[in-house]
Write a protein of this length. Sequence first.
Length: 233
Amino acid sequence: MSKIALVDDDRNILTSVAMCLEAEGFEVETYHDGQQALDAFNKKLPDMAVLDIKMPRMDGMDLLQRLRQKTTMPVIFLTSKDDEIDEVLGLRMGADDYVKKPFSQRLLVERIRAFLRRQDAIAGEVIPETEETKVMDRGDLKMDPLRHAVAWKGKDVSLTVTEFLLLQALAQRPGFVKSRDQLMDVAYDDQVYVDDRTIDSHIKRLRKKMRSVDETFSAIETLYGIGYRYNEE
């Protein structure tokens, strides 16, 4: 049973997310601020941590910095800021991903499972192959869900879990159109309302990252008023 640490000064979030994760079979530890969590982590590390950014005594950024001095365990940030500065800084400091509040608990669970599968794969543990876990080759694109690894023309591309899930959903059926609603189902559920611009923003960042390794990348096509399509090159 994997142990997940939740660190947030909002007790309602701690209670609801802890109940959700426990129902999914995880062991959960909750902490109300970064210092309380750090004291516990110095005694024994969890398998993964989900951290709020803004907290009293020690915020999420400071806690992450301390953690990265001694561990590479997966860390997901929770952020309520519209500004992406904290998100970008957190990823540069070593966070594995971020989730914006309010967030889908189902999506958070899927992100946690994705990172734990990656950790198991790195550790060499045997994991049954399914459609969701097997390596996918689509021309110049290679995706390894277990290791959360993406390569384009042999060059590694670092994606958040949301970006990974969207790219995977599109690339699984080249040439077929995915509407924004269908892509929303991949990344969110009924607990959270998001508009079309949210998916568009994810796709925009996804394209930008792919073009960082290949400026001619054009495999993701926009069909205005309809959705997106992956064209195998």
